[in-house]
Design a protein around this ligand. Structure first.
Ligand code: URA
Length: 204
């Protein structure tokens, strides 16, 4: 679809259920990213999951397949999750993750999300969070942190302690794509995952 004067974010997101929300996202034309997307990448995992994992934006593979974290970063994310007994598939809700991105459409050439795109898309993530009511949130990378914590501080300064988003404990960690470029920080990411596991235990 072309972005025209009638481009808009669907109304009533704040009260939608899962199905309506997914449908609304699929037809969203609120920002210019709708022009280049193949698919809207809404989110994946059980809606009963106790963990919410928030990434940045779909890449090429995600745009093609319609599912978050299916490319190289996704492989690393899955192995990190496996290491702490979590899964995006069938499992006990305590071990299940729901994965969503701060923006649902692929930025061209995987460039960083722009402020207007983040602002337009935020309502979807906020509604996903309200519907899911997770016990713990893992915010991966600078854009997830900016969206949820409203902080411009670098990830390295925010990790290592428990933050809160609307009363839900939130742990900040590096984005898997960053870890692929900076493997020396994997040990820190492991510490973050352990902190998240401990925090989730205390929250249940
Ligand atoms: N990186 C992200 O932040 N999200 C994805 O879905 C894939 C890669």
């Amino acid at each position: 679809p072309r972005l025209t004067a009638s481009a808009h974010r669907p109304v009533g997101i704040e009260t939608m259920g899962w199905d309506a929300l997914r449908t609304a996202a699929a037809g969203c034309t609120a920002c210019k990213l709708c022009e280049g997307r193949k698919q809207v990448v809404f989110g994946t995992g059980s809606t009963r999951a106790q963990w919410l994992i928030v990434g940045e934006a779909p890449g090429e593979q995600e745009d093609l397949q319609g599912e978050p974290f299916v490319g190289k970063s996704g492989q690393l994310l899955d192995s990190m999750l496996r290491a702490i007994g979590l899964s995006r598939g069938d499992a006990d809700p305590r071990q299940q993750v729901y994965i969503a991105n701060t923006i649902k459409c692929r930025p061209p050439g995987n460039r960083n999300p722009q402020p207007d795109e983040l602002a337009q898309c935020e309502a979807f993530l906020i509604r996903q969070l309200a519907l899911l009511q997770p016990r713990i949130i893992l915010a991966m990378g600078r854009f997830a942190v900016q969206s949820l914590l409203r902080s411009d501080e670098p990830v390295g300064r925010l990790r290592g302690r428990v933050h809160h988003y609307q009363g839900v404990p939130l742990i900040v960690t590096y984005h898997p794509a960053y870890l692929l470029r900076n493997p020396e920080d994997k040990a820190r990411a492991w510490d973050d995952l352990c902190l998240a596991v401990e925090t989730a235990k205390r929250a249940t």
